[in-house]
Design a protein around this ligand. Structure first.
Ligand SMILES: Nc1nc2c(ncn2[C@@H]2O[C@H](COP(=O)(O)OP(=O)(O)OP(=O)(O)O)[C@@H](O)[C@H]2O)c(=O)[nH]1
Length: 241
């Protein structure tokens, strides 16, 4: 007797064997979102999938070590290096791509504070998207609140910065991403962000210049319009350089 096939079974797409990175990429593309190195893609990753992604990166990283002709089988120092690098990228230094933004407790501005507030230096750690070499530096944030501005805990500026910097970045885009995030979370009248960082792609390799640093700033709202306020902020930043 001829058995009829169950149509629901036929329609089930089988994704067994599809690499996790492909599944995640397809979701991002279906949503028409960007997935550059400094974009956060957490909304497209389901619970447990990051572990699968880690296994995939480990296998690919082992391929890189093989292609570099490193005998990871008998070299006791490197036989677990592929796993270490995969873990370092996904769970540590580039964690800001794969996890959701840190929770931020917001308090009402009960006292209607509208005086300049500065936090820093906050230590920032990242890697450049060109060579994946470390970028280490400091960050200062100036906020000009208004009576509607949400007051957030001081430590939260460092947590937001860690989330944004925990991705392969270029400094100019990193400060803009951070400024956008702080503006969105706190809605101040003005925001100033200054970052000063050493780029190890210029120190460890390339031009091998140990001393040069990149400094950049983003000014929003009243910091753009009011030169005196800008000067006050810059003068109050301690031990820069
Ligand atoms: N604008 C900007 N450039 C950066 C940043 N981090 C690294 N770079 C630079 O990006 C450039 C990449 O240049 P390429 O010429 O494509 O790479 P390369 O041949 O390895 O360059 P060299 O570093 O000069 O050896 C280098 O000049 C880096 O110094 C950053 O945050 N912002």
């Amino acid at each position: 007797m001829l058995m009829k096939a169950d149509p629901s079974q036929q329609l089930q797409p089988t994704d067994e064997g599809t690499p996790m990175s492909v599944k995640i990429r397809e979701r991002i593309q279906a949503a028409r979102k960007r997935f550059h190195s400094n974009d956060n893609i957490a909304e497209f990753i389901q619970p447990g999938e990051l572990d699968e992604l880690l296994k995939e990166v480990e296998v690919k990283m082992q391929g890189v070590l093989d292609s570099m002709v490193i005998d990871t089988a008998s070299d006791h120092n490197t036989n677990d290096t592929a796993r270490r690098i995969a873990k370092m990228y996904l769970q540590e230094v580039f964690r800001g791509r794969y996890v959701k933004a840190p929770g931020i407790t917001e308090f009402p501005n009960a006292e209607h504070l509208n005086e300049l507030m500065i936090v820093g230096p906050i230590t920032v750690r990242s890697a450049c998207s060109h060579h994946f070499c470390p970028v280490i530096g400091k960050l200062w944030v100036g906020i000009m609140p208004n009576e509607h501005t949400n007051v957030i805990g001081l430590s939260k500026y460092a947590r937001l910065a860690e989330w944004v910097m925990g991705r392969p970045q270029i400094q100019e885009e990193a400060v803009v991403q951070l400024a956008d995030l702080i503006m969105e979370r706190t809605q101040p009248d003005g925001l100033a962000v200054v970052m000063e960082a050493s780029h190890y792609c210029m120190a460890w390799r390339g031009v091998k210049d140990l001393n040069s640093k990149m400094i950049n700033s983003v000014m929003r709202g009243v910091f753009l319009k009011n030169a005196a306020l800008r000067r006050e902020f810059l003068a109050l930043i301690p031990d820069k350089g």
